[in-house]
Ligand binder design. Structure first.
Ligand code: TXA
Ligand code: MG
Length: 314
């Protein structure tokens, strides 16, 4: 079926309170009508997601965003510079008809306008805000390709829209804008504090990058089934190495490289795909996954945040 037709069908499915998996530039999302308790509850069930972990609402236009949340003039300036794009903003909830399952009962809401043709067309056709967490079982590695979601979700009632591999490859930056004049990064990503400072009058507030505090952001996250260790330089033959540029790991016979040219953007785009492949190998060899040291600069900070959580036991 041509993609346009499939998007129309998927939009109708959303309106009927069904679930749709769709590609975005960050990771694939699993979406539902943000006004429907039933549909949003279904997301939590399918993902086995704790109810305290609120969802991000995806919009296609600025007016849609401004109807859902209260945006200060500064907040408007910021999103109008960065949307559509890989950033979600947390603002005070305005539209009380949004399902309480989206916000986990909070007075704030996370909103994002994705920069992906299929995602935008789906939201526009559905003519509704779409609540969508990442399309992966809760705590498992996020999905950045059609193949990943196809393998993880076999439920016939879910429509999957096939797109290209996610270009950015890690989740959107989440910025709290609920305090006037301030911004705080709740989850690091492609867009960083320096970018926000450059284009807005907002001052960086209380919550700093290193105390990621979005509700539901449990320490253990993005986790493979195998044990994962970070900042490694050597291991055993049955271990699986994840290297970066010339930062190699001595010992393991199976090796992946996040970016041979040591490009951090490329490493982010490859991260989840390689973690999933490494996990498959580790299952066969009964080894561990060993990740080399990744420079903690630019998007490397977000990559390290993901790897730290992937290596956490709890
Ligand atoms: O890139 C992305 O953001 C992807 C794609 C699909 O858009 N979505 C995504 O959703 O990563 P998810 O569910 O995996 O992460 C949503 C996170 C929650 O874990 C929570 O920490 C934060 O968003 N969040 C949602 N609502 C919030 C709120 N009102 N206040 C603070 N954090 C919130
Ligand atoms: Mg997620």
């Amino acid at each position: 079926m041509v993609i346009e037709k499939k998007i129309q069908q998927a939009a109708e499915h959303i309106r009927q309170n069904g679930l749709v998996i769709f590609p975005t530039e960050t990771v694939y999302g699993i979406g539902a009508n943000a006004y429907s308790d039933l549909a949003c509850q279904e997301i939590f069930k399918i993902k086995n997601r704790p109810m305290i972990n609120p969802l991000i609402v995806h919009v296609a236009t600025f007016s849609q965003a401004y109807e859902i949340g209260y945006f200060s003039e500064e907040a408007k300036t910021l999103v109008e510079r960065l949307w559509p794009g890989p950033i979600s903003v947390v603002v005070k909830l305005k539209d009380k008809n949004i399902s309480k399952y989206v916000t986990s009962g909070l007075e704030t809401i996370a909103i994002r306008m994705p920069c992906h043709d299929i995602a935008q067309k789906l939201i526009t056709e559905a003519n509704l805000p779409i609540a969508a967490p990442s399309a992966n079982p809760s705590n498992y590695i996020s999905a950045t390709s059609y193949e990943h979601v196809f393998n993880d979700f076999t439920d016939k009632n879910i429509i999957i829209l096939e797109g290209d591999d996610s270009k950015i490859g890690i989740e959107s930056t989440i910025v709290d804008l609920s305090i006037p004049g301030e911004f705080s990064i709740l989850r690091p990503g492609f867009i960083q504090a320096e970018d926000i400072i450059k284009i807005s009058q907002l001052k960086e507030g209380g919550l700093k990058n290193d105390i990621v505090k979005a509700p539901g952001m449990l320490k253990k996250h993005y986790s493979p089934k195998a044990k994962l260790y970070m900042n490694m330089q050597e291991g055993q033959p049955n271990d699986i190495a994840i290297e970066f540029g010339e930062l190699t790991i001595i010992g393991p016979s199976k090796k992946f490289n996040l970016s041979i040219s040591a490009n951090l953007n490329e490493a982010a785009a490859n991260l989840y795909k390689i973690m999933r492949q490494a996990d498959l190998y580790a299952k066969k060899t009964k080894g561990n996954i060993l990740v080399t040291n990744i420079p903690n600069e630019g998007i490397g900070f977000a990559i390290n945040d993901k790897i730290t959580r992937a290596s956490s036991d709890n």
